[in-house]
Design a protein around this ligand. Structure first.
Ligand SMILES: Cc1cc2nc3c(=O)[nH]c(=O)nc-3n(C[C@H](O)[C@H](O)[C@H](O)COP(=O)(O)O)c2cc1C
Length: 371
């Protein structure tokens, strides 16, 4: 029998997605955990020292369990592809009043963050962009942390289970931000991603461990739907971006209150991600190679200039397909409201189904009438 996981003990089966690149704060993670959900700190793009500070601050705000999310490093891209892309951007960078950033490869301070989290364990360490080696997972188990791995395809789910993951974060193609794939391979991307409900069913057929559903979930009804499809909890990202506790940039907040369509792009970071369509995304998506994090560093000054000048056309406006349904509420209130809505939605679904077949047959025999 498997031992009890954090997911079994949540008062509300709602997980705050890690939101790297600005929006994630200790205040947001703590508010979600304090409301009975499960809050994540995003470690992506942060040096280990900054993560340590955020962890410390979170611990002053909540005694409830929280998680930390790490980016699994990939491998360097061919420099020619990066140089060719940089040449395309030069004029626009100049117009924005900045130089392009140095397109360097790095591993996001992987080893130092692992050591930090082993020395100061959290309830859950989740991984995105790959599956850590079984030895790394074992080390987290030894210090009492659960390990969750994000997956976008059934093959990835099989690998994560084989490596010892305790739970899978099943990310549908609707999701805002980066696609969690183990490898961003344009040649293998012929499917355009698998939608969440399809993916949950496909992964469930392969993996007998708890699943956390994520991608395009913005309402209690959608939380009810993924629970009915076998998920242990729903992980929401975009839905929390408008909360006052999130450090979402002003231009991003404004775009989330609007109605432009979303699209997948590598233009900002060199890794496939979903954002609200804007000038930069439309102009450069066709040219951008798979080169992460080189392009992330290359475009960072332009994005920063866009945020500072209030020009949303230069900024990566990450958002899932249902972003228009986002609410501007304190995070704790949002968790409670979504929990209530999910309960009501499941009740309604149950009423739609009516009583089990043998109960209905029994009623027929007894002559009882259904209303
Ligand atoms: C602004 C933003 C930042 C994100 N950062 C991370 C991250 O650091 N790590 C991660 O695993 N997923 C990240 N994601 C993806 C989420 O984990 C999740 O898959 C996604 O938000 C689900 O779709 P939704 O946004 O429609 O709820 C991010 C998503 C957004 C919108």
């Amino acid at each position: 029998m498997r031992h009890s996981l954090v997911l079994d003990r949540l008062a509300v089966p709602i997980v705050l997605a890690p939101l790297a690149g600005g929006p994630a704060t200790p205040e947001l993670a703590a508010a979600v955990s304090n409301a009975g959900g499960f809050g994540f700190l995003a470690a992506g793009y942060l040096p280990a020292s900054a993560l340590a500070e955020r962890l410390e601050r979170t611990r002053t705000l909540t005694g409830a369990p929280v998680g930390v999310n790490l980016f699994v490093p990939g491998s360097p891209a061919p420099p020619q592809a990066v140089d060719a892309y940089a040449a395309r951007l030069v004029d626009d960078a100049r117009q924005a009043g900045v130089e392009l950033g140095a397109a360097r490869f790095d591993d996001d301070d992987w080893a130092a963050k692992i050591e930090l989290l082993l020395a100061r364990p959290v309830a859950v360490v989740s991984f995105v962009f790959g599956c850590p080696e079984p030895e790394v997972i074992d080390r987290f188990h030894d210090v009492g942390s659960e390990v969750w791995v994000s997956v976008t395809r059934p093959e990835e789910a099989r690998r994560a289970v084989g490596s010892g993951a305790d739970a899978l974060v099943v990310q549908g193609a609707e999701a805002g931000g980066h696609r969690a794939s183990f490898r961003d391979d344009p040649a293998a991307d012929v499917l355009g991603g698998i939608g969440l409900l399809s993916l949950l069913q496909l992964v469930r057929a392969q993996a007998d461990i708890p699943l956390v559903a994520t991608g395009g979930i913005a309402t209690g009804a959608a939380i009810a739907a993924v629970l009915a499809a076998g998920a242990a909890a729903a992980q929401l990202g975009t839905a929390f971006l408008r909360c006052p506790e999130a450090a979402t940039a002003a231009v991003h907040r404004q775009a989330l209150a609007d109605h432009a369509p979303t699209a997948m792009t590598r233009a900002f970071t060199g890794r496939l991600a979903r954002g609200i369509r804007n000038r930069f995304l439309d102009r450069y998506s066709d040219d951008a190679p798979a080169a992460y994090p080189e392009l992330h560093h290359l475009t960072a000054p332009m994005r920063q200039a866009g945020r500072a000048a209030g020009d949303p056309g230069l900024v990566n406006l990450w958002a899932g397909q249902t972003y228009e349904l986002g609410r501007q509420l304190p995070a704790g209130q949002l968790v409670r409201t979504l929990g209530e809505e999910a309960r009501a939605a499941l009740q309604q679904a149950q009423e739609r189904l009516g009583p089990p077949a043998d109960a209905a047959a029994g009623e027929e025999h007894s002559g009882a009438e259904r209303p």
